[in-house]
Design a protein around this ligand. Structure first.
Ligand SMILES: Nc1ncnc2c1ncn2[C@@H]1O[C@H](COP(=O)(O)OP(=O)(O)OP(=O)(O)O)[C@@H](O)[C@H]1O
Length: 339
């Protein structure tokens, strides 16, 4: 085999090993540029084009980033929500929320903004609770299959949180085990305590906005487009007609929402998931009286015993659950698709 010593033809200094990417070498000592007699050292071949991920899947571009749409996660009052992945080798899964109509565009933008404000909150527990809020990635218009631009927002995907209270009720049409309802309500109240401590109300604590992690006994809230600073005393910017029985009645008359509104809506959602009537707070007889009584008084913010402080209500729930079931212990809860 023949070897060639690489020396600068100008000053004779040794060249460093030629970098594969360069077609020429510059001498570190005399600054001369040397090109091989054959016209240059070989350049690295251009990177091979990445094979596209699942080319049959539809693509959507938001804020200059392309996503492959994997499937639908759900449908909101004003939006379509999809699971997608960044269309690149180093990928990440995201939730893509697209406004169904132009009139709903402001709600998608509003949610993105409010969530950003809450993520900046310094209220007690911010470090823990901010991880339970949607994590914004990007927002901007996305073109639908007809080419019409629609307002869209992208959030990070949280694996495990994919069943809403509405789907839990589909899986348990006569209602969940009251023990499961206890941890579900506790998680909602803890998160609401942080939201209220930050000066906001969620304003739409409804079954389709409550996502359950069945194994970890976690619950998070989505659907933040109605959230607002309660000190503003503004009425809710949107209400879901389909879920009328979940709102305290004064909200339909334009009353400004307060933390008590969220607590009442959380109680009504829990009543529903227990197989009861959200409006009256009536639950099946299988629900032990301490829990049934607490729910019944809490669905109505005007009830003389209703609490308007989320932590206090959580403490009261703790006591009611101890009365009914003894000290807390882990009771497995399953949903379709979970072993
Ligand atoms: N982060 C998420 N992870 C999994 N599923 C989600 C997520 N966000 C939304 N979904 C699904 O999409 C459905 C609709 O989403 P969402 O409730 O946020 O829409 P919306 O009612 O139009 O929102 P909003 O009330 O803020 O305008 C939810 O009920 C749920 O099934």
């Amino acid at each position: 085999m023949d070897y060639e010593l690489l020396k600068c033809p100008g000053c004779g200094a040794k060249f460093p090993p030629p970098a594969y990417l360069w077609g020429a070498l510059t001498c570190e000592y005399c600054g001369a540029t040397a090109v091989a007699a054959t016209g240059g050292w070989p350049l690295a071949p251009p990177p091979r084009p990445e094979p596209p991920f699942a080319p049959h899947l539809p693509r959507a571009t938001v804020a200059g980033v392309r996503y492959a749409v994997l499937g639908r996660l759900g449908q909101g009052d004003g939006s379509e929500v999809f699971l997608a992945r960044r269309d690149a080798r180093l990928s990440e899964r995201v939730v893509l929320k697209v406004a169904r109509a132009q009139e709903d565009a402001h709600l998608v933008a509003r949610e993105f903004e409010v969530v950003g404000e809450l993520l900046a909150s310094k209220a007690q527990g911010a470090e823990h609770f901010s991880r339970l809020l949607p994590q914004p990635v990007a927002q901007g218009p996305v073109k639908d299959p007809e080419g019409t631009p629609r307002a869209a927002a992208v959030y990070r995907w949280r694996s495990g949180f994919q069943h809403t209270f509405s789907e839990v009720l589909d899986a348990y049409p006569t209602g969940v085990d009251p023990r499961a309802a206890v941890w579900m309500w506790k998680r909602v109240l803890e998160l609401l305590a942080f939201v209220h401590g930050s000066g906001y109300v969620h304003g739409a604590v409804l079954p389709p906005h409550l996502l359950v992690h069945p194994r970890d006994h976690g619950v998070v809230l989505v659907g933040w487009s109605s959230a607002l600073r309660f000190a503003s005393r503004q009425p809710l910017p949107a209400r879901s007609q389909r879920h009328r029985p979940f709102y305290p009645p004064d909200i339909w008359n334009g009353a400004p929402p307060t933390p008590a509104t969220d607590l009442a809506m959380s109680a009504r959602s829990l009543v529903a998931v227990l197989g009861g009537e959200p409006e009256t707070g009536r639950v099946p007889l299988s629900v032990p009286p301490p829990l049934a009584d607490l729910l019944k008084c809490q669905v109505n913010p005007d009830h003389r015993e209703a609490l308007d402080d989320s932590w206090k209500l959580r403490d009261r729930l703790d006591a009611a659950a101890k009365d009914a079931f003894g000290p807390p212990r882990y009771t497995p809860f399953t949903l379709p698709g979970w072993g």
